[in-house]
Design a binder for this molecule. Structure first.
Ligand SMILES: *[C@@H]1O[C@H](CO)[C@@H](O)[C@H](O)[C@H]1NC(C)=O
Ligand SMILES: *[C@@H]1O[C@H](CO)[C@@H](O)[C@H](O)[C@H]1NC(C)=O
Ligand SMILES: *[C@@H]1O[C@H](CO)[C@@H](O)[C@H](O)[C@H]1NC(C)=O
Length: 333
């Protein structure tokens, strides 16, 4: 019973813009996805995230946490970790029982999926903010504000009964409050410190150009690839001179297997207009030196000609003249 409403899917709402002057992630949150196929089959998935980096997994078969980084435990002692893992194990099992018991009261119909997020965020000046939010089938359901369960506007009637039930369990709201407002901020500070070398590293992107399948006759699809960088924020534009090209399509910034990121930005142009376009890449690891790639073989051949071949030719001509003159002086009788 105790654990039931522990359900509280907690959520961490990514905060405003007043982030501390701190490199790397500033939030920690746990995600829970509970899928209910029918009255007898349900499954939980859990994970822990620092910003967009996953540092914890959950093995739902054995009910154990998976620590994905050597520093994923922050400075929590082994005892604290064991206790927390046990709390989550019992909570996840209890959550399924609790929801099953209240399916009709909460007006749920199988199959459905419940998502929860809970965590905390650093704000400027050592402050932390904690949040918890639950969603049903991707639609906000309820959130916890300063410890109070608040039904989401979109889901009033069943969320109201949920919050009514939640409020009845003082013991559970105390546990959740303690995890959110005390354990989470302490853990966040310590895990940011423990993982500092990895979280604050700067890895330079590699960038290259290619052409994609032509979008139409007489057209070219120019592709600018940017890969292997860290952290995630990056700025990539197709430019002509100082002018950004407005038609560029930017894909999502996607993870590589090694934890680095990659991105593709494409531009659709008439074949005759491709020469002179550049792809410009700005990233924190580049220290203000943007990477600039020039499109077009004709341009690069001209550049190679001007920069290498022409000076070489001039040098050769000068040498030839000099030898010839020396040779002719020596041969003056
Ligand atoms: C419940 O859903 C599971 C998974 O989809 C399925 O294997 C099982 O047969 C279903 N049971 C009933 C009674 O419908
Ligand atoms: C949060 O809750 C505490 C205790 O319940 C209360 O004293 C405080 O005023 C609340 N803060 C806000 C912003 O509502
Ligand atoms: C763990 O780190 C937190 C935050 O930095 C700190 O308040 C706490 O005292 C540390 N605990 C231990 C056991 O070192």
């Amino acid at each position: 019973m105790l654990l039931l409403p522990l359900l509280l899917l907690v959520v961490l709402i990514p905060g405003g813009d007043n982030k501390p002057a701190f490199q790397g992630p500033t939030t920690f949150h746990l995600n829970q996805i509970s899928s209910f196929a029918n009255s007898t089959w349900a499954q939980n998935q859990g994970s822990g995230w620092l910003g967009d980096l996953q540092i914890h997994g959950w093995d739902s078969e054995s009910g154990t946490a998976i620590f994905l980084k050597p520093w994923s435990k922050g400075n929590l002692s082994d005892e604290e970790v064991t206790e927390l893992v046990e709390t989550f194990r019992v909570y996840l099992i209890g959550f399924i029982w609790f929801i099953r018991d209240h399916v009709s009261e909460f007006q749920l119909t199988y199959p459905f999926e419940i998502q929860g997020t809970a965590g905390c965020e650093l704000r400027a000046g050592e402050a932390t903010v904690s949040f918890l939010r639950g969603a049903l089938g991707g639609v906000d359901f309820m959130s916890l504000w300063n410890g109070t369960c608040v039904p989401a506007a979109e889901a009033v009637s069943h969320a109201q009964s949920f919050c009514r039930v939640y409020t009845q369990y003082q013991g559970i709201s105390d546990i959740i409050g303690n995890l959110l407002y005390h354990t989470c901020p302490r853990f966040l500070w310590s895990v940011l410190e423990a993982g500092k070398a990895e979280l604050q590293r700067q890895v330079k992107p590699e960038a290259w150009l290619s052409s994609g399948p032509p979008p139409g006759p007489g057209c070219l699809l120019l592709v600018c690839h940017v890969s292997g960088f860290y952290p995630k924020p990056v700025w990539v534009r197709w430019m002509r001179g100082q002018q950004e090209q407005p038609g560029a399509q930017q894909g999502d910034v996607l993870p590589n297997a090694d934890g680095m990121w990659h991105l593709r930005v494409t531009l659709d142009v008439a074949a005759g207009e491709a020469a002179g376009l550049t792809c410009r890449v700005r990233h924190s690891s580049l220290g203000g030196q943007d990477i600039v790639l020039y499109w077009g073989n004709s341009t690069s051949l001209t550049v190679i000609f001007l920069a290498v071949i022409l000076p070489t030719l001039i040098l050769l001509i000068c040498l030839t003249l000099w030898f010839w003159r020396r040779w002719s002086y020596q041969n003056i009788p």
